[in-house]
Design a protein around this ligand. Sequence first.
Ligand code: FMN
Length: 508
Amino acid sequence: MANSDTQAGWDYHNATKHSHHSVRSNPHFLDWANQPLPFKIYPQLPPTPLPGQFRQTGKPALRAIAEVVRRDNAVPDLQAVSQLLYLSAGITRRRVFSGREIYFRAAACTGALYEIELYFVCGLLPDLEPGLYHYAADRFGIRKLHSGDFRHFVVEATAQEPSVAHAPLIVICTGTYWRNAWKYQARSYRHFGWDNGTIIANLLTVSASLEFPAKVICGFVDGEVNRLLNVDTEREVAFTLIAIGHVPDLPPALPAEISLNNWETVPLSRREIEYPAMRTMHRASSLLSPEEVVQWRRKAVLAKVSKPEGELIPLASGETELSYDSVEQVIMRRGSTRRFARDPISFFQLSALLDRATGGVPADVLNPFGTMLNHLYLIVNAVEDLRSGSYFFNREQRGLELLKEGVFRQEAGDLGLEQQLPADASVAIFFLADLKAIFERFGNRGYRAAQLEAGIVGGKFYLAAYSLHLGATGLTFYDDDVVSFFSPHAQGKSTVFLVAVGKSAKPS
Ligand SMILES: Cc1cc2nc3c(=O)[nH]c(=O)nc-3n(C[C@H](O)[C@H](O)[C@H](O)COP(=O)(O)O)c2cc1C
C-alpha cells in the first residue's frame, strides 16, 4: 500500500469518527482483568538508574514553550538526558483508584494508558556510552539494548536530514497499539499522534530550557527504524524522531550488516485484541525508501495568510510577563483538570495561551518554520473583555474573528462527547484541519503529522495554562458535529483535537 493511496487514510479517519450513534451503539467495555501493563519491561536487562538531580534552569516556561534554540556544539550529558526523559515521560504522581495504583506521567495521555515508549540512540556523551537505549520510566532508569553508535543508521533512514545527521542524541518514539486500544479500540492510532505530541511539547520545552536545539522528524523509512528497535511491528511501531543537540561531525558509518539483540519483553496482557484498521493505516502511511523520504520532505506547506472575514479582535501583548514559573516547576505541577470553576480568565491570559502555544514547531513537516496544519476554533464561555461566542483564531493576523456571539456552554459540552469539562471551562479550543489538502500534499503520512501537530500544540496549551496557574485538559469530541457547529467557516475541514482551559475548581 502506498503513502499516496489516500483512500486508506480517509477510510481510517471516517471509520474512527465519534458520533452519537457510534458511541451509543458500541458494545465495548473495559475488561479490567485484561488491562495492559503501562510499561515495557525487558526482564533480561536490569535498568541503569538515571541521575536524580536536575538542573534548575529557572527558565520561564511561558518563554521556553515558544523558543527555538540555534546553537552549534550543543552536547547533552547524562544529567541532561535524564532531565529530558523524565520531564517528558517520567512518573510525576502516583494515585490509587479503586485499589489500583496509577502512575501519572509528565505529559498528558488519553486514558492515562501511556502507549508511547521512548528510546534513544547517541554517540559518546559525557557520562554515557554510545548505544541504543530504552527509557524505563517505571524504574527511573535506562536499559541499553545495544552498545555502539547507531546514529548513522537513523540518519540513513531519514535520508540525511541535516538536524538528525548532526545530532548527538536522537529520541525515537513508538506507539504500542494494544496498550491504548484496550480502551479506545481503533481510534488509538489517532491517539498515537496526540499522546506522542504532548510528550514532544515537553521535550521541546525542556530542550529549550537546557539550550539544546531540537527538531521533530516525521519523515523516515519506517521499516528501517523499526528494524533497529527490533520491535514486533504487529504490536509496536516507530512514530516520530526528535533530533536533540548539535555536533559538527557526522556519525561514523556502520558495517553493512549489523546484528541486533533480540531481547524478551513481558507480555502486556493475557491476550490482545486486534484492531486491523490501525495497522492498515500505519502501513498506508509508511515511507518505504530514503528516496521516498526525500520526495516527501520537499512537500512543504506554504503558509496561507487568511484575510479576516469579519471583525478582528487583536490579541493583547506583553503576555510573556504574566508568569516567570520555570519549566521544571510547571511540568511538575501539570495535571489534567478534572473540574473547572466557571470563573472567567482574563483576555491577557487567553492571548498568552494562543500566542505561546502557536508560536511554531520545529519539524520537518512544518516547513517553512511557523507553518501549522491545524486551525483553531474557539468557544469562549468566560473571558473578561471578550463577548461569549464562537471564534476563529486568525494566527497570521494574531487576532480572533467572531463567528457567532452567544452563550454556548451547553454546545461546548455536547461537542466534547457530552462531558461537563468543556462546558465549565473558560474556553474550549478545537483543532480542525483541511485534511483534503494535507492528504494531497503529504499522502497518508500527512494524517499522522496533523494528529501529531495537534498533540504538540495541545501539549503547549497545557504548559502555558499551568504557567498561568490555570487548568487544562485534552478532550475527545463528536467529529462531524464540531465541523457543523463552526460552519460555514469550517466547511470541508475535519476535527482533530480539543483542549479546554480555565480556572480549576480545585486550587492546584
Ligand atoms: C488528547 C487527550 C484527550 C483526552 N481526552 C479526555 C476526555 O475526553 N475526558 C477526560 O476526562 N480526560 C481526557 N484527557 C485527560 C487524560 O485522561 C489525562 O491526561 C490522563 O488521565 C493523565 O492524567 P494527567 O493529565 O492529569 O497527568 C485527555 C488527555 C489527552 C492528552
